[in-house]
Each structure stands twice: as structure tokens, then as C-alpha cells.
Design a protein around this ligand. Structure first.
Ligand SMILES: [Zn+2]
Length: 301
């Protein structure tokens, strides 16, 4: 009996040794975690704090997350205020490893809320829109930053990371070209969408689409009755039919808006997180899904 147990333990040893050699990396949220994994491949062990279908805006680190981060050598975050909980968490952990702000080098979009919402004075939403990943060109910047960081911490893997980053970069460039062609088939006047919160500013800018959302850049802010009523009036006046809920947030508000404006909900967009189901298990499948859904929805406008 004991012999059997020892044998079983020995059999798992090579695996453990191999796992121990991998570079322990923590990514703040699922989309970023996938991109780190694409580039790090077999040389990294990626753990993600905010998982699929979860909302990073309102995330509250649990004790196990603090432990996970404490064991990492690299912590990859998006930055631009997306992970508002991050400074507190790093402090609580006493994290001494490297922190990479993956969005560094991306030209950020200014938050429109700052000018729009004077009644929210004192409540800091941050100055920039953090949702950079909704334009694949920005994910190419993430990719470069991540490859550079991994190479620095694991110099033996430099060529490996460079190769994987180059292959992934090509996929991203193709994705962007395909999205531009797909949206290009619709006249700009039809490119209007209603969704839950302002997560698609970079996609909007890249492909000339106008998004309207009852909630602002963060799901933390509540939509006021006045904002909701204004949006309903706008939908009625402009005849927008493309209405989408998001995988990370409560859909009731969007449902209500659709009902009261006489539109119907077209489907689900994956805004700030991958999905547990097959639709958006990776960033590239997430982006493809969103483009297909948006383009089908906007055709009806
Ligand atoms: Zn968001």
C-alpha cells in the first residue's frame, strides 16, 4: 500500500519539477491573461485574478488572490485606472516582483465623463478610457510590452517569446483588417449601437461606430433616471435597433431600455472579460464574436 503511494508520488515528480521551473505570472483579468499565455506558452504559469464573465471594475481581492500574487514574479495589469483595486492589493501582499503596465505606449482616449458629469464631482473616474483591448492595434502594443517583460525576467526564453509574439502579432493585424472590411460593408450612418457601459470607445474610434450606453466607463457608476430617459428618447428619435447586453454586467437596465424604446436586444457582447462558454474563450474569439454580432445588429438600423 505504502509502496504504491510512493510510486504514485514519484510519478508526479517530473511534472512538479517542470511546473516549478515555469515563470509564475499573474494577470489582472482574463483577456490580459490569455494574451500573456499566448506569448509565454510553455515557459510561463499564468494565473488570472478576475476570471471569465467577471467584472474587473468592481473586483474585490480575496485572501487567496493575495497569496497568488505574493508567489508571482511578474504582475501584468492593463493600467489607465482599470484596476482601481491594484495599489491597495500590491501593498497588502507586500509584492516585490515586477509589475508591467501593459497599456504603456498606447495613446489613451480621454474620458468624456469628466466633461459630461459635473454632478459627480469628487468621485474620481480616472482621466482616460482604460478599455484599450477593444482595438486589436492596441493589443499589439500589449504583446510587445509583454514579450519584452518576459524576456527580461527569463532571458533564456528570449527567442521563444519573440517568435510567439511575432506569430500572435500577425493574428492581431489580420483580425483588425478583417474587422475593418466587415464594418466597411455598412454605411457609417448605420453604425450605431446601444450597450450597457462605455467599454467600446477604442473600437468606436477605429471603425467609426457610435456607441450609446446608460452607464459610463466603469460599471461602478449608476445610470441616473435622467440619463436612461435621455437614451430612450435618443433611440426612438434615431431609430437605432442594435441593442446589446454584456457578459459582465446586469442586463436588466439594457432590457428595460430596449423595452421602453420599442427595440429588442440582439445578443451579448464580451466587453471586459472572456467567457466560460465557447463563444469567447480567447481574446481573438472574443473580438471576432463581437464584430460579427455588432455588424449583424447594425444591419437592421
Ligand atoms: Zn469596463
Amino acid at each position: 500500500m505504502q509502496k504504491k503511494l510512493i510510486f504514485a508520488l514519484l510519478a508526479t515528480l517530473p511534472m512538479l519539477a517542470h511546473a516549478a521551473q515555469k515563470l509564475p505570472v499573474v494577470a489582472s483579468f482574463s483577456i490580459l491573461g490569455d494574451v500573456v499565455q499566448q506569448i509565454g506558452g510553455d515557459r510561463v504559469e499564468v494565473r488570472t485574478l478576475v476570471g471569465p464573465d467577471q467584472d474587473a471594475h468592481v473586483f474585490q481581492p480575496r485572501p487567496q488572490d493575495v497569496k497568488t500574487l505574493a508567489a508571482a514574479r511578474l504582475f501584468v495589469v492593463n493600467g489607465l485606472g482599470f484596476e482601481g483595486w491594484m495599489p491597495r492589493m500590491s501593498k497588502a501582499t507586500g509584492y516585490k516582483g515586477t509589475t508591467l503596465v501593459a497599456s504603456e505606449g498606447i495613446k489613451p482616449l480621454k474620458s468624456e465623463e469628466e466633461e459630461k458629469d459635473h454632478d459627480h464631482a469628487g468621485h474620481d473616474h480616472g482621466n482616460f478610457d482604460p478599455h484599450v483591448w477593444n482595438n486589436p492595434q492596441n493589443v499589439r502594443v500589449w504583446t510587445r510590452n509583454i514579450a519584452a517583460s518576459l524576456s527580461k525576467l527569463d532571458p533564456e526564453g528570449r527567442d521563444y517569446y519573440a517568435q510567439r509574439a511575432a506569430a500572435y502579432d500577425k493574428q492581431l493585424a489580420d483580425l483588425d483588417r478583417w474587422a475593418a472590411q466587415t464594418f466597411g460593408q455598412l454605411p457609417v450612418a448605420k453604425r450605431k449601437v446601444i450597450t450597457g457601459h462605455d467599454a467600446f470607445g477604442y473600437l468606436a474610434r477605429r471603425y467609426q461606430i457610435t456607441f450609446h450606453a446608460p452607464q459610463g466607463l466603469s460599471t461602478e457608476s449608476e445610470a441616473s433616471a435622467k440619463q436612461v430617459a435621455g437614451l430612450i428618447r435618443q433611440i426612438k428619435a434615431s431609430g437605432i435597433k442594435a441593442v446589446f447586453v454584456e457578459n459582465i454586467s446586469d442586463r436588466r437596465l439594457v432590457d428595460q431600455i430596449a423595452r421602453e424604446s420599442g427595440a429588442s436586444v440582439d445578443g451579448k457582447l464580451y466587453s471586459d472579460a472572456l467567457s466560460r462558454d465557447a463563444a469567447a474563450r480567447s481574446y481573438t474569439s472574443l473580438f471576432r464574436h463581437n464584430v460579427e454580432q455588432l455588424s449583424a445588429g447594425m444591419k437592421k438600423n
